[in-house]
Design a protein around this ligand. Structure first.
Ligand SMILES: Nc1ncnc2c1ncn2[C@@H]1O[C@H](COP(=O)(O)OP(=O)(O)O)[C@@H](O)[C@H]1O
Ligand SMILES: [Mg+2]
Length: 253
């Protein structure tokens, strides 16, 4: 009976590989969560693992019409908890979170969803949020029609129009800051995708509201990372110059 139930709950996992990863990393409750998001019609099956990180796994899924979706599932572990705490504490939107491990991870996932919504409202180029429940989040899949996810800027070896990439990145940061009133707080070439000529901001779980006591410090760190990356691409911009570019961009938003 238990075996039958397990089979039932994992039928959203397409291949044996995905099933194995899933069962190694996730508890039954998480499998139940995925099942419930699938039952609501958000997707039919998790098809392949896009990325396994320290805190979350990202899968590619398909819905009933064959469209791709990205499903990000957070692990519920102690290290996740400790890494998340500074970004949740101090964000007034999440004041009431109980300090239970799973509650914090659930709040984090909700925070990523809310931040994606805020990005969408501010017209930041970011995946469209679709649904979330507990520690799982469904969003637009950024990738080609064959299901390959778009590369992060870090891994791009071909020559791009780096000036244009920089301008797009500045516009995204400015929209987040002036319109959505958030700071990404983990911005670097690892969390920017390049898709069909467009820069796409991802991984916004840790993004904090401007009123967070450390918002300024996080912004400085983001801008430093952006400065370092684009300097390597031949665009020498220090943090001060980036700030000036942000202010100039503000007028045209
Ligand atoms: N919406 C998406 N569409 C396509 N690929 C994605 C999407 N979101 C994340 N990814 C892929 O998964 C990887 C990890 O996602 P990310 O949100 O950065 O999580 P982590 O917290 O593990 O860094 C990204 O580098 C990217 O390759
Ligand atoms: Mg990331």
């Amino acid at each position: 009976m238990q075996e039958k139930e397990d089979k039932e709950l994992t039928k959203e996992l397409k291949d044996e590989n995905v099933r194995k990863v899933f069962q190694r990393v996730f508890d039954n409750q998480t499998i139940q969560t995925i099942h419930s998001l699938a039952m609501k019609g958000n997707f039919k099956q998790l098809e392949s693992l896009v990325n396994e990180g320290k805190e979350a796994l990202v899968f590619r899924a398909t819905d009933n019409s064959g469209n791709y979706k990205a499903v990000k599932v957070y692990k519920i572990t102690a290290s996740t908890f400790n890494n998340m705490l500074p970004y949740i504490q101090g964000d007034e939107r999440f004041r009431k979170i109980k300090h239970e491990k799973s509650d914090l991870v659930f709040a984090w996932c909700r925070k990523e969803f809310k931040n994606l919504e805020a990005c969408m409202a501010a017209k930041v180029s970011a995946p469209m949020p679709i649904a979330f429940k507990d520690n799982a989040l469904v969003m637009e899949f950024i990738g080609d029609s064959e299901g390959n996810s778009a590369p992060i800027l870090k891994t791009i070896v071909s020559e791009l129009d780096w000036q244009d990439c920089y301008n797009q990145t500045i516009e995204g940061i400015a929209r987040m800051f002036y319109k959505a009133k958030i700071v990404h707080a983990d911005l670097s070439e690892y969390n920017l995708l390049f898709h069909e000529g467009k820069i796409v901001f991802i991984d916004v779980g840790q993004a904090v509201s401007l009123s967070h006591p450390r918002a300024k410090e996080f912004l400085e760190r983001d801008l430093k990372n952006i400065s370092n990356f684009f300097s390597k691409k031949g665009l020498a911009k220090n943090v001060q110059e980036i700030k000036e570019d942000l202010k100039k961009t503000k007028e045209s938003l």
